[in-house]
Design a protein around this ligand. Sequence first.
Ligand SMILES: *Cc1c(COP(=O)(O)O)cnc(C)c1O
Length: 374
Amino acid sequence: MISYGRHSINQDDIDAVTKVLRGNWLTTGPLVEQFEAKLETVVGAPTLVLSSGTAALHAAYAAIGIGPGDEVITPPITFVATQATAALLGARPVFVDVKPDFPNIDPTKVEAAITSKTKAIVAVDYAGHPADMDELRIIADKHKLFLIEDAAHSIGSSYKGRPVGSLADLTTFSFYPTKNITTGEGGAVSSSSPELLRRAREFSRQGLVRDPSRFKLHQDGPWHQEVHDFGLNYRLPDVLCALGLSQLKRIESFKYRRYEIYEWYNAQFSEIRSLTIPHHAEHVSPMWHLYPLRVNEDSRGELFALLQESEVKVQVNYFPAHLHPVFQKYGNKQGDFPNSEKFYRQEISLPIHAELTEKDLKMIAQLVLQFSKN
Ligand SMILES: *Cc1c(COP(=O)(O)O)cnc(C)c1O
């Protein structure tokens, strides 16, 4: 079975993990800081590692103090964790449609959705393609909002020469096995604001304050620590940081291979009238997490079934978040965000990852081409 996304694990990764298993720390030990320091060199801002991309979003929202009564602007074409973590803190997710040609949030539609309750604009770098961060930054600054980037797809990507991770007030990453690098489960938050990163860190460490200069109570002894705000346990263990550190050594080769596959598919499909290939803006260098091909919406289901029968496990990313039943209570309904809904009806994610062989690629392209020419 060929999957739309999968991890790439080599002997170095295995050795790195087993070395930790023989050592003194399984969870928080020296590799946490090492992984964070290495990530900083990739994403261009200080970074906190966490147990998942969902945890990273939750901690980022907690860091900016999201709570009941707040509104958070998000695009519908994303994994629902982007909204769920804000909603669980009491905020109302507000949707803004994606652009017609690429399913990243449409900056020209954001201002109309801003109210006195809006606290943050959240961009999602769909498929690894950075959102329009400069345009969003201007809007965020004008209305004094936080700008958050859900970069679960886009570690390794850059925008106008700047790495994803250095663009928003807070950027969140995921290291789930299908993502660009993996720790099994894992995630991270980056921010150039020490204050925001400290708040995210405390939230992910049960809210514990250990810095004596911030204590509000008398210190009975060296064991003293105190809680100012509630938090959760979102730590990433040393065992998984070892895997992450080892994976980071290959991030450039993963990016190169993903780009090669992207270009190869483009060359196969660009002349076929019923197919629309994903283009990227000239000012970005994406690390392609997905290859989102757009096909005729009447035949998407059939193509999906054909590939599945041929042992090619494709995917559709994503069912528009505002159509999940959970959002009915906010009044969201079919037809609200036409670009997102149209994209969803046409999209099919073809396999793209470092473990694909030339033979796999030829087989996949042949199936798609034969189907599209009929
Ligand atoms: C994968 C993903 C997440 C959640 O990450 P996990 O590590 O699976 O918790 C959040 N947002 C987007 C866009 C994702 O693709």
